[in-house]
Design a binder for this molecule. Structure first.
Ligand code: GLC
Length: 609
C-alpha cells in the first residue's frame, strides 16, 4: 500500500472524483480573448493566458487584477472548483502591463554576473505579477543563443552554460520567495526545452516566406507591426526561430541541458517545450527528450506546457498532433484559439485507446500537484497593487541597468563631469520604447512613452549640474562646439522570429547621426541599445568610447549613474562580440572583436572638467 503525504492524498482523492472531461479541461490553456463566457466552468479549464500584449482594454494594474480575478472566479463555478492559474510572459518585469517596473532583458542581466540582483529582480517581478492575481510567469528563458541573428537572443542570459544556469536558478528562487505556497510566489516556466538557441540559419519553416502571413496567421495578425511582413522577411525574419537544432547529443547534454538541471534543483515545477526541432524531430513530440530524459533521467516532477499552438507544427493531421504530443509527455496544451477542438480531439484519442487514460491521469496529477504546491486551493491574500512600479522596485531595476552597461572602449571619455557641456544625440535617447525592446506593453514592443519610465534624455537632464549644459539633437546636427557628444543608437524592437536578421550592422541613420555629432565634439561616445552584439569593427576606430547598453528597460537613470561616475562601469560581456558578418554564429572558427568576460571599468573621478 503506497503511503501518501497529505497533499498526495488530497490530489489522489480529487483525481478520483474527476471525469475524463474535467481531466482534459485541466490540460487545456486558451488565450484570454478566445475563451467564451461560461466555458471555464463548463470545461473546468486549467489555465488561461495573456499572450504578448494580452492586456485589458484600458491597460492598468487595477484592470489587470479585475480581468485575472474574473477568470479565476469563473473556475469556482465548475463542479469541483479546481482553481484556474493565469499565465503571462513577465520576461523583464510584468512587462505587458502599463506602469510595471521594466527590468533589463536577460542579455543585460548576464552582463551583471550578479545572482543576488537577479534573485531580487525575480522577487520584485513576482510581487508585481501576483498583485494582479497572476501566479504563472513564462520565464526564465534558459536559451543559449549560438547564432545571434536569432531574434530571441536577448532572452538568453549568456552563451556560457554555467552562467545561464546560475542566473536562472536565482530568478526561480526570486519568483518563489520564501515558499511556493506563499501568496506572492509565482510559478516559473523554464523555456524553451531544449536547445531553442541552437537552430540552423534558414531551417525555420514557421512562415515559409509567406508575405501574407500577417493576414493569414491569427497569431501574427495580433503582432501589430508597422513594417510589412515582406519588409521583415527581406531583413531575415523567421530564418532561425522555431528551426532545427542540428547538434549531436553530447553537445545537447553539455551545452543546452544543464540549465534545466539547475532549474529543477532550484525547485522548478513547470517547463515549456520549444517550437524548434532536434535533428528533425519537433520538441513538442519528442518522446525521448521529454519522457525519457527530462521526466525520467532528470526526475522532473512538475508539468510540461507547450508553446503557443506548438503542437500544431508536429503534423499536418491535428489528431496525430494531439496523440503524439500527449504521448511524448506534454501535460498542458497552450491552445490559444481552438480549445474546444483540442478537447474534443483528445477525448476521441483517449476513447480510441490512442492515448492511455494513465497518461491523462499522470498529466493531471502533475498539474494538480503544482497548483496545490502554490497554495491555489487555499484562499490567499494578494499583494497590494501599490507594489507595481514602486520606488523600491525601480531602484532594483536602476541598479541592474548600472551593472549591465558594458564599457568596451574608453579613451578619455568616461566618467563625464556633471559640469561638462554635452551634446546628446540619437532618437533612441528620447525613446523609452527603444530602451525597453520587445515584450513590452505589446508583443513586439514599440516607440516613445509606451509606459512609465525615464529615458536617457531625462536622465542626463536630471544629472548634469545645470540643464543648460545639455543640448539634445535627434540627428546629431548642431552649430555649436562640445567637449563630448553621447550618441544613443538602437536596434528596432522586435520579438521572436520577427527579429531574426540576415546581418547585424548599423543603419545609415545610425552612422550619419554619429558623424554629425563627431563634427562638433572633441570626444564622441556611442551607446548601443540592442538585444545582441552588432558588428561595429569598421566604425569603432572613429569613436572615443563605446558602451553595450543592451535593452535597459524603464530605468534610464542607471545609465547616467555610470556615465557621470556616481558608480563605476562593471558590466562584462556574456556573449562573444562578432568581428564580421561571417562570425555571427558561434563556432570554433568564429572571430571576435571582444569576447565573453570583456568589459572595462572606470574610476569615480571625472575625466572631463
Ligand atoms: C510565444 C513564445 C513563448 C511565450 C508564449 C506565450 O510564442 O514562444 O516564449 O511564453 O508564446 O506568449
Amino acid at each position: 500500500m503506497t503511503q501518501h503525504t497529505p497533499s498526495q492524498t488530497f490530489i489522489e482523492n480529487l483525481l478520483s472524483e474527476m471525469t475524463l472531461a474535467e481531466k482534459i479541461g485541466q490540460m487545456t490553456q486558451p488565450e484570454k480573448n478566445s475563451v467564451k463566457k461560461g466555458d471555464i466552468a463548463r470545461f473546468s479549464l486549467g489555465s488561461v493566458l495573456s499572450g504578448g500584449g494580452g492586456n485589458p482594454t484600458e491597460n492598468n494594474p487595477r484592470n489587470w487584477r479585475e480581468m485575472v480575478l474574473g477568470f479565476i472566479e469563473e473556475s469556482q463555478g465548475s463542479r469541483l472548483k479546481i482553481p484556474l492559474i493565469y499565465g503571462v510572459d513577465a520576461v523583464h518585469g510584468h512587462n505587458n502591463m502599463f506602469g510595471a517596473t521594466i527590468f533589463p532583458h536577460n542579455i543585460a542581466l548576464g552582463a551583471t554576473r550578479d545572482t543576488d540582483l537577479v534573485r531580487r529582480i525575480g522577487r520584485a517581478t513576482a510581487l508585481e505579477v501576483a498583485a494582479t492575481g497572476v501566479r504563472w510567469d513564462f520565464a526564465p528563458a534558459v536559451s543559449i543563443p549560438y547564432d545571434i541573428r536569432w531574434g530571441r537572443s536577448f532572452e538568453g542570459y549568456s552563451q556560457d552554460t554555467q552562467l545561464v544556469g546560475q542566473l536562472a536558478a536565482a530568478y526561480i528562487e526570486g519568483l518563489r520567495g520564501e515558499s511556493w505556497n506563499s501568496p506572492s510566489s509565482v510559478l516559473p516556466s523554464v523555456k524553451h526545452f531544449v536547445a531553442d538557441g541552437a537552430t540552423t540559419f534558414g531551417s525555420s519553416r514557421r512562415i515559409s516566406g509567406d508575405p501574407n502571413a500577417l493576414q493569414n496567421d491569427a497569431t501574427l495578425a495580433n503582432a501589430h507591426v508597422d513594417a510589412s511582413m515582406q519588409a521583415l522577411l527581406d531583413l531575415g525574419a523567421w530564418q532561425l526561430d522555431q528551426g532545427n537544432s542540428e547538434i549531436d547529443e553530447q553537445t545537447l547534454r553539455e551545452v543546452h541541458l544543464p540549465p534545466y538541471k539547475r532549474a529543477i534543483e532550484a525547485g522548478a515545477l513547470n517547463i515549456m517545450t520549444s517550437y524548434s526541432s532536434w535533428n528533425g524531430v519537433k520538441m513538442h513530440g519528442h518522446d525521448y527528450l521529454v519522457n525519457t530524459v527530462l521526466k525520467g533521467e532528470m526526475g522532473f516532477e512538475g508539468f510540461i506546457v507547450t508553446d503557443w499552438e506548438g503542437i500544431d507544427q508536429i503534423d499536418a493531421d491535428y489528431y496525430t498532433c494531439v496523440v503524439k504530443s500527449i504521448n511524448a509527455g506534454i501535460d498542458m496544451v497552450m491552445v490559444p484559439f481552438k480549445y474546444e477542438r483540442f478537447i474534443e480531439t483528445l477525448t476521441r484519442a483517449v476513447e480510441a485507446g490512442d492515448v492511455p487514460l494513465s497518461r491523462i491521469d499522470d498529466a493531471v496529477r502533475r498539474i494538480l500537484h503544482t497548483k496545490h504546491a502554490l497554495g491555489l486551493f487555499e484562499n490567499q491574500p494578494l499583494p497590494e497593487l501599490e507594489v507595481v512600479g514602486s520606488r523600491a522596485h525601480r531602484e532594483i531595476a536602476r541598479e541592474a541597468v548600472r551593472k549591465s552597461q558594458v564599457l568596451l572602449k574608453n579613451e578619455g571619455v568616461f566618467p563625464l563631469s556633471k559640469n561638462a557641456r554635452v551634446l546628446l544625440a540619437g532618437s533612441a535617447a528620447n525613446d523609452l520604447g527603444a530602451q525597453c525592446g520587445g515584450w513590452t506593453i505589446s508583443w513586439m514592443g514599440g516607440h516613445g512613452q509606451i509606459t512609465e519610465g525615464t529615458n536617457v534624455l531625462e536622465a542626463f537632464k536630471a544629472t548634469l549640474s545645470r540643464p543648460e549644459l545639455l543640448t539634445y539633437s535627434e540627428d546629431g546636427t548642431t552649430d555649436q562646439r562640445f567637449e563630448v557628444g553621447v550618441v544613443v543608437i538602437a536596434e528596432e524592437p522586435a520579438a521572436e522570429g520577427m527579429g531574426d536578421r540576415f546581418e547585424l550592422k548599423l543603419t545609415d541613420a545610425h552612422i550619419q547621426t554619429i558623424q554629425n555629432a563627431r563634427a562638433h565634439c572633441d570626444k564622441v561616445a556611442v551607446l548601443l541599445f540592442s538585444g545582441r552584439p552588432y558588428v561595429v569593427t569598421e566604425h569603432i576606430s572613429g569613436w572615443d568610447a563605446f558602451v553595450a547598453s543592451w535593452l535597459p528597460g524603464s530605468e534610464g537613470q542607471g545609465i547616467a549613474d555610470v556615465v557621470f561616475g556616481d558608480f563605476p562601469f562593471t558590466g562584462k560581456l556574456g556573449f562573444h562580440w562578432p568581428y564580421s558578418q561571417q562570425d555571427l554564429q558561434l563556432t570554433p572558427e568564429s572571430k571576435h572583436l571582444f569576447k565573453i568576460g570583456d568589459g572595462l571599468t572606470t574610476l569615480k573621478t571625472p575625466v572631463t572638467i
